[in-house]
Design a protein around this ligand. Sequence first.
Ligand SMILES: Cc1cc2nc3c(=O)[nH]c(=O)nc-3n(C[C@H](O)[C@H](O)[C@H](O)COP(=O)(O)OP(=O)(O)OC[C@H]3O[C@@H](n4cnc5c(N)ncnc54)[C@H](O)[C@@H]3O)c2cc1C
Length: 507
Amino acid sequence: MDRTSATDVLICGAGAAGLTLGIDLARRGVSFRIIEKLEVPFAGSRGKGIKPRTQEIFEDLQVVDRVVAAGGIYPPDREYRSDGSFQDSADPLSSPTPTEPYLLPLMVPQFLTEGVLRTRLAELGAQVEFATELIGFEQEQESVTAQVKSATGLESIRASFLVGADGGRSFVRHALGIDFPGKTLGVRAVVADVIVDGLSNDVWHRWGDGDMARQIFLCPLRRTEMFQIQGPVPMEGDVDLSPEGLTELIAVRTARRDIIVREVRWASAFQMNARLAGKYRQGRIFICGDAAHVHPPTGGQGLNTSIQDAYNLGWKLAAVLGGAPDSLLDTYEEERRPIAQDMLGLTTKLLQALRERGDMHRGKEVQQLGLGYPGLSLALNAAARDGKLLAAGDRAPDALLQGRAGQSLRAFGLFKGPHWTLLGYHAPQETSIAARHNLHVHQIGAAGDVLDSSGALREAYGLRPGDWVLVRPDGYVGAIVDSTNLPRLEEYLQGVGLARTTAAGTS
Ligand SMILES: Cc1cc2nc3c(=O)[nH]c(=O)nc-3n(C[C@H](O)[C@H](O)[C@H](O)COP(=O)(O)OP(=O)(O)OC[C@H]3O[C@@H](n4cnc5c(N)ncnc54)[C@H](O)[C@@H]3O)c2cc1C
């Protein structure tokens, strides 16, 4: 007979999205299981660019330094001309600013990033169940019952919620019959992790930029002995992914016979698609990451968007399990689907530029720091403000502050952890919001616990005395209200599961 068990959240898939969700739920004390059908972790480099916004999230999840240590900065590009000469150029390193502390062009092979995430999960007392596959599920009013197959047999897991973080071919999305419209982009590419003789590993070697038929790139993968090969290949026909086949592909495109592929650790020839799921939620079941959107790797957005989906969903699942209204979970799709839609447009546009002009300018938009949710249902603006200033829904910037005891503080330091943060800026003594579980309240100003001596917070947030800023657990501004609108803030807090705790219960 099948074994049966129960949990609050069942996460299907332990890629970057599933692992991020697992960490977020673990640090909130939510009971969950994370299952992965592979027997061992996936070993390919795939998504190797970690964007500044994701670096901020990694700070909050307490893994950023380990992720940087696992990888490094992108090497300079070496562009070869047809006569064999070359020119090196590096993206200028942007200096971090007090409001944007991470601007590193960070490169970490995906399997190393995922390794760091699994380590963090273990620290929080959880682990991935490998060789465990979701093979079916039924949804009832109050729960989802999932059928799972592993070496020990079949198991029925009853969960309050199921999250399909199960990649582009998502079993969960298919089983729910969620449509996945979009298009195949008419580009097929090889990507492979290889050991190569004949190339230095201090630059990203690039041949044939501007000509899709000749293009081939070899990027040294930081902290490994491997290079990642990327190159377009014809849409039809077999591609020889053996060491000899890839050596020949390189020779044909570079006119160099001294570059020898000794070993292929992972290789794939894939067709580029741009597709977006029709919906992200069906009752108690959600899809997240590549299960909800796939797109070309141009712009390096997929891994990052997947992590940010999970980071958006985690706190909402925890809040609803803790008693917040179920409608909070509808904001996951409301907020994340338009982001994916725009990202599909961006990556397809970059691919088009690559096809037509042979290069693509990756502007500031690929850093994902400008993304946010202004104008959506979790954004409350109730203070007289200039429209050019930061608004509810925007990313909450960092700022350098001082603690009342004289120590240096950062706004991100106040936000770090699973809680909400409320900042009262020179707010009148008599106005305040009562303390409650999961909400940290700080008063900024001469009479407060935090000082903004340089005015950095005032400037970054566009604050006036009497303003209150509520920062969500995922680092976006939830509300900006002035002191006359505190009742509206109280109402907002109730809606996100932060009702006031009194001796008689919550109010
Ligand atoms: C060549 C290439 C280059 C890329 N470059 C970048 C880049 O520079 N930057 C970037 O951000 N992104 C990049 N990406 C995209 C990135 O790799 C993906 O967006 C990312 O892996 C998505 O993470 P995920 O967790 O959503 O899905 P996945 O990583 O696909 O993980 C899903 C997991 O679910 C498991 N699973 C599936 N079905 C089941 C089941 N029924 N039961 C249990 N487990 C199941 C799978 O085995 C898998 O491990 C690139 C991708 C490719 C192919």
